[in-house]
Design a protein around this ligand. Structure first.
Ligand code: ATP
Ligand code: MG
Length: 340
């Protein structure tokens, strides 16, 4: 159904909720670049409406949004070939999200692990927006009838919810209007873990800066963070099976494999038997080699904010060209007067 009726189209977003991390780069952005220029139309978004589901200092939000745009371009997203914009400038996202708030069920939302993780023990004090986050995310995707969404492993559950919302909308209104979007979760680093705790995802909002590598970190900071990364005392195994029950070792090998466009098996064939004292400097050198051209270009782009703002405004205009007719049709299906 999806294959025949809907244009192959990729949508994905990143929150300007802090600086970009190595997890965002390997799990999301690097893979966006791989999909650009393939058989898909590609749409990428700085999801500022998502970011404010937890407190953001306004000046930081502004800066982080521009820096994220610079990150997309520095990593290889071409704003001509892809559509690149910030979410708040395409109001159709929030408008469709309201309809989806009325389609999604409380029970579905309460099961979301991101909600449980981010709200923590104090759910009563979390924002309503944080609870509704996945319905807005479904709207981000479905307002473009996107067929494929490249994301990290942590977003798998939200993609399943997106499909549930599309199916329920189609069923409730007796239409075949929204596609059943496919998540694309691929590669060696779909879940990069914290450098301090192998059971926790690396996140830009983690309070500990030592837990992550930021795209803007310099060579010394990267080397220091990798040197101090938590590991175990054993040497590296020669086969992937040997990483079972060694989450920190697995994480560093996954990062190495993803940065070098290789597989865990190939990396271990080379480095099996080495101690971390030898492997960590290799990893640091590789990370600096791959990340420093991106951070240098980000800094260069950040010198011309009016150019960044111009790119975002142009992207929003192009995005609205796709989103507006889809919203109008959704309103019409729901029965709203004036939408037809
Ligand atoms: P926050 O802590 O504010 O939620 P984040 O680092 O989780 O920030 P998001 O903006 O929520 O980043 O996610 C953007 C994209 O990056 C998503 O596709 C997500 O799956 C991916 N991603 C985030 N963290 C990781 C990670 N540690 N490993 C792989 N992919 C990740
Ligand atoms: Mg996140």
């Amino acid at each position: 159904m999806t294959e025949t009726r809907f244009t192959p189209r990729v949508f994905s977003g990143i929150q300007p909720s802090g600086g970009l991390t190595l997890g965002n780069y390997l799990g999301a952005m690097k893979r966006f670049v791989d999909m650009q220029g393939s058989d898909f139309e590609t749409i990428f978004c700085m999801v500022d409406l998502h970011a404010i589901t937890v407190w953001q200092d306004p000046a930081d939000l502004t800066r982080n949004t521009r820096e994220l745009c610079a990150g997309f371009i520095a990593a290889g997203i071409d704003p001509e070939q892809s559509i690149l914009f910030n979410q708040s400038q395409v109001p159709e996202h929030a408008q469709l999200a309201w309809i989806f708030n009325c389609v999604a069920r409380m029970g579905w939302m309460q099961r979301m692990t991101q909600w449980k993780d981010k709200a923590g023990k104090n759910q009563q004090n979390a924002s309503l927006g944080l609870f509704a986050y996945p319905a807005l995310m479904a709207a981000d995707i479905l307002i473009y009838h996107a067929t494929h969404v490249p994301v990290g492993e942590d977003q798998k559950q939200h993609l399943e919810l997106t499909r549930d919302i599309a199916i329920k909308f189609n069923h409730d209104f007796g239409v075949n209007f929204f596609p059943e979007t496919e998540p694309v979760i691929e590669g060696a680093a779909t879940r990069v873990m914290s450098l301090r705790d192998g059971s926790k995802k690396m996140s830009k909002s983690d309070p500990s800066d030592m837990s992550r590598i930021n795209m803007t970190d310099d060579a010394d900071a990267i080397a220091k963070k990798i040197r101090k990364a938590k590991t175990d005392p054993d040497a590296l195994p020669s086969e992937a099976k040997g990483l079972d029950d060694r989450p920190e070792a697995r994480n560093l090998v996954n990062i190495y494999a993803a940065l070098s466009d290789s597989s865990v098996e190939n990396v271990l064939a080379d480095v099996g038997g080495k101690q971390f004292g030898e492997f960590k400097p290799m990893l640091a050198e590789l990370a600096v080699e791959k990340l420093s051209p991106i951070s240098t270009e980000m800094a260069r782009l950040m010198n011309d904010q009016s150019e960044i703002d111009r790119i975002l405004a142009r992207g929003a205009e192009r995005a609205r060209g796709i989103a507006a007719p889809i919203l109008r049709r959704a309103y019409e299906i729901v029965g709203m007067v004036g939408a037809g």
